[in-house]
Each structure stands twice: as C-alpha cells, then as structure tokens.
Design a protein. Structure first.
Length: 549
C-alpha cells in the first residue's frame, strides 16, 4: 500500500469544479433522494470491532475486517454476522493486553420488528481469532446457511445444524491450513450441484521485520513474500479437497485481498476475480473442464488504466449500463478502477470518464457495493473509505448512476448521518426490513459498525427474487436473471462474496422505476437451464424454485 500524494486531492477538486460549473448537468433534486439513517444503536446492535489494540501497528490489523447479511434461521429476514480481531501475545502492542480473551465474532438475529438480538453464545459462532472475511452459503444443500470465516491464522468453518446452532466443522470438512486467509468466495466451478470454495491468501507476515518509511508507520505488502490462494473442491459428502494446482490457480507469490466470482464471458460457468495488493490482479477464466486460465493481462483487468499496480482491495460485479455484460468495480488506494466489459473479450478501464476517480481520489477506498439505491433501474455504487496506516476516519461515498453514462457523487445530500467519518473496511447491502429498498451494513475498524437504513428508497417500484436450486446448488449461486419492463432489460447475477471481505443479501433486488409490473423474468440456472415467468406484479418478494425437466 502507498502513501497519499497531493495530486489525488488536486485532481478531485478540479473535477468537482467542472461539475459545479455545468460540465456535468445532471443533479437530481435533493428532495427526490432517499436518505441514509444510522439506526445501529436503536435496533440493539452493540458490537464494537477491535483488532486487539488501541493503535494500528501492522499490516494485518490494517486489513481487517468484514460483515455479512444472511438468513441463518430461515425465517425470511436478514441476520448479521460481524468479524472481530484478537489480542495476540508478541504480535499486538502491549497496550492492547486489556483485550486479551475478550474479543469474539458476533451473530445478531433479526427479530423481525426492527430489533436485533445478540445470539453469538447460544449459536456457538463466537470465534476468537484475527478475523478477516466472512462468507456464507448452503454448502451441503440441506436448506440452511453455513459460515466460513478467514483469519490471520487458522480459518474456521461453521456448519449450520438447522436448529439455531452451529458446529465447528473446519477440520472435518478439510478446511484447515496455516496460511493467512483473507477474501473468499463460494462457487460451483464444475457444475456438479455442490458449492466449492476459493480462499485468497495474503502474505508471509513477519512481525519482527521493521524496515519502513516513517510516514508509512509500518512495512507495506512488498516487504513480504506472497502466498498462494487455495481452491477447495466440494466432494458432496460434507468434505472439501484442495485442487489448487490441478485447477491451474496456483500462484505462490499472490497477495490476495478481496475475492469474488461471476460469469464474466457469458458462457454459463463462473470465473474468479482476485484483487491483489500492490501487484497485478488475477482474472481466472473457467475453461469448463475443471481448470482455469489467468486472463487478467489480455483482458486489461490486471492493472489500472496507466499500467500501474493499484493496491486493489476488492472486486464487485454489476452491469452498469444495462448492456447485459458484467463489469467490474475495484476500489483501491488511488482513483479506483471500473473495468467496462466491451463484449469483445477485454475490458476498458473507465473510472475517470465515469466520475469514479474524481470521487475516490482523495480517499483510500476498500469496499464497493453495486446496488440500486433509489429503485430507478440502474445500479449505484457505495464505497467505504478509511486511512490505511492510522485510525483516521474518512467519509464513505454513494455514487448515483446517471443512466449508465456516469456516476455522480451525491454523498453530501443523503442526510447528516452519512457525513460521519470512520475507518471503513467491509460492507454489505441488503433489505433487512423487507420494505423494498436496500440498506447498508458497514464494519468500521476499531469502532462501532453502522447499519444505515435506506429511508424512502422504495418510493419507486421494485421486486426481489429468492432463488432455490434443486438440480443446481440449493443457493442457486451462478444463476443469471434477466428482467424485462417495457423496453428496459436488467441483468443480475447471483453472487457469493460482495464488497471487501463481506457477504450481501442473497436475494436479488431490482428497482423498477415507475413500472408496476414485470413483463418477463428469465432465469438461467447454474446448469444452464432456462426458466421464465411473465406478467409478475411489482413490489413483492417472490421465491422461484428451479423446475426439473
């Protein structure tokens, strides 16, 4: 990771001046925008993240941590999981000793009445470790969500018992290893109906190595050797097998941060994107035969628009302009990247032209969530920000999509709660109150998290789709949905991990604008079967089960 330079701030100020001078004319009225209201405390969330110390003193502490929106008890509303840190003797600063043995991850159950209850102890998921990412999925197709948490140190995997409790199944599932786990994603890469797991790993961290520039405060990622990621194949019997080498994804000097997966070339199998720190990214194309090929360089997704390694934090997939092609948003320490899919086998980096660079240039950006904030049919972009070396807060960003032409930074219009500064890291989006607009969950470093209620985002119409696979994996991860209203076609993919080290709502949300009915819903399931529904009423959550021919 790199230090700030004045060019970023100057660039941002110049572009902002041009916007205010009329070069960018589209600005919605403030009264038309939803507001984001911080309701964390009033809904009963008392969790405080802590990396084990009062002051950031190393790269491991800086990189934590993520959160998840998921329905662990199957009651139809979203629960919350927070990843926490830990005090480690000889690793954490001595001033953090007061935290020894006190820090655990946390699970909050959604009571369905805009209140949450801490059920960590009774559920058995209060892991004590230097936590990084959380990803959830129904890995054994038994109808409930299991939890994978990556750590600096041993990862942990919780199997859902279906009765409100979990069992630590890490060793039994074959998911033990001694690498530095960070981002992870579930995907059925071989389309056998069971979800496999890709785990990104970071660096060979040496706490005794202390050569660094004073301004950086501690050594950066290039001071250490990288580590290989791991691809685990789901054997269908509750266990996994490490297939990294035979699948062609073994890179011993990778420095993974965020990891996610999607079908980037529309060939019905899921590919993997790895955002690497201070080096090129990886884009692994699924060859359809159990192997992958890294195509990051030939698709122009390995580096920024000037050929630089961008200190990428995470990747997020979405169709920004409704052309049916998946684009990639990558927050980083500079201007962030937007890789626009050309449909010709490569991407074009467009962060400057789309207004993202101007917004992100003065910040260090970590997590990006692509979702329709105001239900107008176009996906908007939420980005968390926070200093990489010190506990210095920065504002988060909400960039509104102007009909696929550019993103407009309207963060200052979203209410006073959104203006507060935190050291932001992981984030997730989901409709926790089931009212038709997407809310935001943020994990802040060494601070309280934030649950931001989307207030009045449902003034326009919407539909939310819950997919259940039968022949495919039960979560239907790997599905593509195309939704038609009038002459507008929206495309969404059912993804696993989302944002930085986090997991968003698995239900797929579409804003419909002024349309009160969906003309056509086309689902392409992971096994490539097509299923359609016609003339579906708006403003509801619907469940679609995979039909078996």
């Amino acid at each position: 990771m790199r230090s700030f330079d004045g060019k970023k701030i100057l660039f941002s100020l110049i572009v902002r001046f041009l916007c205010l001078s009329g070069f960018v004319s589209w600005l919605p009225a403030q009264s038309d925008l939803p507001k984001l209201v911080d309701i964390t405390q009033q809904v009963g969330i008392t969790f405080i993240h802590n990396f084990g110390d009062d002051e950031m003193s190393n790269l491991i502490e800086s990189n934590a941590a993520g959160c998840a929106f998921f329905d662990y008890d199957g009651d139809g509303d979203l629960d919350i999981y927070f990843v926490n840190g830990v005090y480690i003797e000889g690793f954490s600063h001595i001033r953090g000793r007061k935290n020894k043995g006190k820090l655990v991850n946390a699970l909050y159950r959604n009571n369905g009445n805009n209140r949450f209850t801490d059920v960590t102890a009774e559920a058995g998921v209060g892991h004590k470790g230097m936590g990084m990412a959380v990803t959830t999925a129904d890995y054994d197709n038994d109808g409930d969500q299991d939890i994978f948490v990556s750590n600096w140190g041993p990862n942990v995997f919780y199997r859902n018992n279906g009765n409100g409790t979990f069992t630590d199944f890490t060793k039994a599932a074959g998911l033990e290893h001694d690498l530095y786990g960070i981002g992870s994603t579930f995907l059925d890469y071989d389309q056998d109906g069971y979800l496999d797991l890709y785990v990104g790993n970071y660096i060979e961290y040496d706490p005794d190595y202390q050569y660094f520039y004073a301004a950086a405060k501690f050594p950066g990622p290039l001071a250490y050797h990288g580590q290989p990621d791991i691809l685990y194949h789901n054997n269908g019997d509750g266990t996994f097998t490490d297939v990294t080498r035979e699948a062609g994804v073994y890179n011993p000097e990778g420095r993974a941060m965020g990891v996610t997966s999607c079908d980037i070339d529309n060939d019905s199998d899921y590919d993997i994107f790895v955002a690497n720190d201070a080096m090129e990214n990886y884009l692994y194309r699924n060859n359809g035969d159990g192997t992958f090929t890294n195509i990051a360089l030939q698709t122009a997704t390995g580096f920024g628009q000037n050929g630089e390694a961008t200190s990428a934090m995470s990747g997020e997939f979405g169709d920004i302009d409704l052309d049916g092609l998946v684009d990639i948003i990558v927050p980083d320490m500079a201007y962030s990247c937007l890789y626009k899919n050309t449909g010709a086998g490569y991407f074009e980096e467009m962060s400057a032209r789309m207004g993202i660079a101007a917004a992100c240039g003065q910040y260090t950006s970590w997590s990006g969530n692509f979702f329709d904030f105001n239900n107008d049919g176009y996906g908007d972009l939420f980005i968390t920000n926070g200093h990489p070396h010190r506990l210095i807060g920065e504002e988060d960003l909400l960039l509104l999509n102007d009909a696929g032409q550019r993103f407009i930074n309207l963060s200052h219009q979203l209410g006073p709660d959104f203006q507060e500064k935190f050291v932001g890291r992981g984030s997730a989006v989901g409709d926790f109150d089931n009212d038709g607009d997407m809310d935001i969950l943020v994990l802040n470093l060494n601070d309280r998290p934030r649950l931001l209620l989307n207030q009045d985002g449902n003034k326009k119409h919407w539909i939310m789709i819950h997919l259940i696979g039968k022949k495919s994996n039960r979560d239907a991860i790997g599905s593509r949905i195309r939704l038609s209203t009038g002459d507008i076609i929206q495309t969404r993919w059912k993804l696993s991990s989302s944002g930085y080290l986090s997991q968003s709502d698995y239900r797929i949300h579409f804003g419909l604008g002024d349309f009160t009915q969906v003309d056509n819903i086309e689902i392409r399931w992971p096994n490539n079967q097509i299923q359609t529904l016609k003339n579906v009423k708006a403003d509801q959550i619907i469940t679609i089960k995979e039909s078996i021919p």
